[in-house]
Every structure is written in C-alpha cells, then in structure tokens.
Design a protein around this ligand. Structure first.
Ligand SMILES: O=C(O)C(=O)CO
Length: 353
C-alpha cells in the first residue's frame, strides 16, 4: 500500500468477504477507470478480464504469486498489457514446507497427532506409528528450478540422501554443488552422497524413496503423476506436491493411497482447489495442508512488495528490472526502492525487456 501510494496511485482494496472472486466481480471492481491491478492466484485472468482492464485504461497487472498458470498471458500480450509475478522470495519458504510435508508424511506426524488428541495413547509400543527413515535413502525431484534445488539441498544435506533429479535442462551449477557436498562428506571420513540426472520421470520414479514435484503446471505436466506413474513408485515411497494440484491426477492418487497403505503423500495443492477429490480426506496416509507453502511472514511481505512495485512501475511507465536478483526491492526505505518493475513475465513478447 505504501509503495503504491508513494507512486501516486489511488488504491482501492477489495473488501468482498468472498475468498475467491468471480470474473464478473473482478470486471465490476475494475470499472471504467483502472490503471493497474494486483490480483491473486485464485483468479482466472483470461481475455475477459484483460479486455475489461484495457477498456479501463489499464497499463499492467501483477499476480501476487510466482506461479502464473491462472493468467492467460497471450491474452494480456495481445492487448499490450504487461503481467508481473513475484520470483525469488518464495524459494526457501516453499522448499521448507515441502520438506515439512516430507517429514510429516514419512514419520506419520499428523496421524499420531490426531491419535493423541483423541485420547487414544495408552503407552509406548514397539509398533506404534512406525514410519520410514530418510537418512541415506534416495530423494527424487521433478523440476530442478530454484525451489526444487532448495528442497533437494535440505534433504541431501540434512539427511545425506542420494539425489535423482529430472529436469528438461541440465543444471551444471547445482551438479557442481552436489559434487562439492559429496567431497566435503568424504573429507570428513563419511560416505559421499550420489546424484544423477534422470532422462525421464519414468526413470526417476522407481529409484526414489521420496519424490517431490517442483515443476510448472502446463500441458506437459498436467496429470504427470497418473495411475501408471504412481504404480512405478515404491510402495513405501513418499510423494510430495507443493507445486500445482493438477500435476497429480488426484482421483488416481486417492485410489493409490487406498490400495497401498504404506505409500504416503504430502499435499499443499489440490486439483480442484479449494476442493479435494472424494476420499482424499479419509486417507490416513495423506498429509494435507491448504496451499500454505509460501506462508512465512518474510515471503508474504516480499510477495506484496514485488507485486505492488510491479504495478507501481507499470502505471508510472518505469522500465523492467531485467535482473534475476530482486533483493534491492526488499526491505528498502520506499525512497530507495529502484524505479523499475521487478519481474514482468511477458516483457520479451512486449519488447520492454
Ligand atoms: O506464488 C505462488 O505461485 C504460490 O503458489 C503461492 O503460494
């Protein structure tokens, strides 16, 4: 709010009690005059909304999110409207939640918590809530971007897990880091960790005790984890999704969880968010949380800053920042925030890089 006001914007805040706004509601909020919009990942930014924004004189829109699968970017580009997002501030926070889901699922933390609260604990038993040890097992990541790599490092360094990664593009800096960590372990008289890049998801799945999804949602990754691929995983594996719900065929997952009680999953996102597919909530082997992977104070504040600065810059005609490092925008006195839009996803298409 302060950034927008300092950039001479009159700010209208939506006060609707509805958590998810319909496009009709958003069109009416845009009204006849609106220079820019800061929107949320629950909104469907299609041609209808971009047309309404264009007609209202809109110069830009920013998603309050790093992911922008809810935005039909070509519709914005066609109308000359830049679209912002908020990269860089979610990495560690999201990776930590994926790691939390991994540990909670592997060690059955939620089932055990429910058991305690129900007053069922009668004393220690050798067989009570026995789960899976992660130390020195193998973790697989599908998608080795910033968040995938941060998550992998947490499990590799924290639990000395071997790593298999699948990403269409090799990640040399990440590989160098993994080699370096292996050498460090060796220098301590410890066994080095092993890592490899898999040629396909199919190659990765059967080798891993934990698989965490960190890919974008697009036509190639929708239902990536379908019945056939779930069946390729170990029946004691842990599957984690803090990416986007539709990457997993949730109906197939519910069936898989029911057929394989030792298979565990940790989900932050759901195919028909905010709904869950029937049966999922009844599976004790699923740990489920409501899309909170980016919910740390640091990250939500950073997302707000970046999204607001995207809008403030676009409505004032400032240039695009054009650098990966967005830290100059964070925790700065307002007067010192660079006069630029931190991250515009269609900058290249619009020729404003
Ligand atoms: O920024 C995103 O893409 C999110 O999913 C927020 O948690």
């Amino acid at each position: 709010m302060q950034l927008l006001v300092a950039a001479d914007c009159r700010v209208e805040v939506c006060t609707s009690p509805d958590v998810i706004l319909s496009n009709e509601q958003i069109v009416s909020l845009i009204g006849h005059k609106c220079d820019g919009v800061l929107g949320q990942l629950t909104e469907n930014w299609n041609h209808e909304l971009f047309e309404a924004l264009k007609q209202a004189g809109g110069k830009g829109m920013s998603n309050y999110a790093v992911g922008y699968n809810n935005v039909h970017v070509p519709s914005a580009t066609e109308r000359g409207i830049p679209v912002g997002n908020t990269p860089g501030v979610l990495t560690e926070t999201t990776a930590e939640l994926a790691a939390a889901l991994t540990l909670a699922a592997a060690r059955r933390v939620v089932e055990a918590d429910v058991f305690m609260r129900a007053g069922k604990y009668e004393g220690w038993l050798p067989t009570l809530f026995v789960g899976h040890l992660l130390q020195r097992k193998t973790v697989g990541i599908v998608g080795a971007g910033r968040i995938g790599q941060a998550y992998a490092k947490m499990l590799v360094e924290g639990h000395k897990m071997d790593l298999v990664y699948y990403d269409p593009f090799p990640q040399p800096a990440f590989e160098k880091y993994l080699d370096g960590y292996g050498k460090f372990l060796e220098s301590q008289g410890d066994e080095p960790i092993k890592w490899r890049r898999a040629e396909s998801v199919e190659e990765l799945l059967p080798q891993c005790d934990v698989v965490s999804l960190h890919c974008l949602l697009d036509d190639n990754t929708r239902h990536l984890m379908n019945e056939a691929r779930l069946n390729m995983m170990k029946d004691t594996a842990v599957l984690v999704n803090a990416a986007r719900g539709p990457v997993i065929d949730e109906v197939a997952l519910v069936k898989h969880l029911k057929d394989n009680p030792t298979f565990m999953c940790g989900l932050d996102v759901f195919e028909d968010e905010p709904l869950m597919k029937p049966g999922l909530a009844d599976c004790p082997n699923a740990v489920i949380v409501p899309h909170i992977a980016s919910a740390s104070l640091y990250t939500r504040g950073g997302m707000a800053t970046l999204a607001a600065q995207n809008v403030a810059a676009l409505v004032n005609g400032y240039p695009v920042w054009n650098k990966q490092d967005i830290t100059p925008f964070l925790d700065m006195p307002i007067a010192e925030v660079p006069k630029a839009a931190p991250s515009i996803v269609n900058a290249k298409e619009l020729g404003i890089e």
